[in-house]
Design a protein around this ligand. Structure first.
Ligand code: PDD
Length: 278
């Protein structure tokens, strides 16, 4: 069962026009929202970011917060899984001809649930590999846009290198991962790129900062040079579907001799407690 433009229908019956601007231009925005034990996690934060993305590209938000909650609940009532991620996409809508300039259209809204199986702590404690690449994306990475050509090119590179993530750097400054935010821990201080046009303001990023603060780390939302990553005590990535994940190898070099850091372990535990507190 999926939601498409006001209807709950089987996924194999859901279709949109070839003139949909999402199909023609990637002219749309999206959200990915975790659901733990049937509870949508950080709903208001995700819907606020959705509103920012819609405002940035001048699409009217078709629904209220209550309406979204109602749709999510309806979809959840048809699922047997315990944990999910909600995929919510809004495109500008279906046009009559392909043209770059737009008039106001009825947005296309597609929402589905996917099963979510976060990795367990023992799995995560094995550590993950990343590679680094120059960040050649545009300069509005704060918009959660469906046009993700650069991100999928990086994701495929990660796959080909058997890496979990590609850590991006713009003019030698670490920005974020291709599908995550990046954190460096050095001398009990957590460093992460400030929010703004060069990164997506991750909802999990905020939760990791909150957890790190709770665990006594100093927080520096400031820029770091890509070279600094190799001498970090710990490196983590975060996203709604991967939570907070330790990176122990970057470009085939071990970080902190490949050891999982004590800060990661504490922050992971605190993050789990936030999840179950709702
Ligand atoms: N991506 N930065 C980028 C480029 C991302 O694509 C994502 C998440 C994040 C983390 O954001 P959040 O913590 O709110 O999930 C940062 C999602 C999961 C995706 O595209 O599927």
């Amino acid at each position: 069962m999926v939601f498409l433009n006001g209807e709950f229908i089987p996924k194999n019956q859901a279709s949109v026009s070839v003139m949909d601007r999402g199909f023609l231009f990637g002219d749309g925005v999206y959200e990915v929202i975790p659901v733990y034990s049937g509870q949508v996690f950080r709903l208001h934060e995700h819907l606020a970011r959705l509103q920012n993305s819609l405002d940035a590209i001048q699409i009217q938000n078709p629904y209220s917060i209550d309406k979204y909650q109602h749709i999510f609940n309806e979809l959840l009532s048809h699922s047997l899984d315990n944990n999910h991620s909600v995929y919510l996409q809004i495109t500008r809508g279906t046009d009559t001809t392909r043209k770059h300039k737009f008039d106001e259209l009825a947005p296309t809204v597609f929402i589905e649930l996917n099963p979510l199986t976060p990795k367990t702590k023992p799995e995560l404690e094995k550590g993950y590999c990343a590679i680094t690449q120059p960040d050649f994306r545009w300069q509005r990475c704060d918009i959660k846009a469906t046009s993700l050509l650069a991100n999928i090119m990086y994701a495929q590179q990660a796959k080909q290198h058997r890496a979990e993530e590609v850590i991006l750097h713009r003019d030698h400054i670490i920005t974020e991962g291709a599908t995550s935010n990046v954190f460096i821990i050095k001398n009990d201080t957590l460093f992460t790129h400030p929010t703004g046009q060069y990164i997506l303001s991750g909802i999990t990023r905020d939760l990791v900062i909150e957890s790190a603060h709770h665990c006594g780390l100093n927080i520096q939302e400031s820029i770091s040079n890509i070279d600094e990553i190799f001498s970090a005590d710990e490196v983590w990535i975060s996203s709604s579907t991967r939570e907070v994940m330790p990176i122990t190898t970057i470009d085939s070099k071990l970080i902190n001799n490949g050891k999982i850091g004590q800060h990661w372990s504490q922050v992971y535990d605190h993050y789990q407690s936030l999840k179950y507190a709702g």
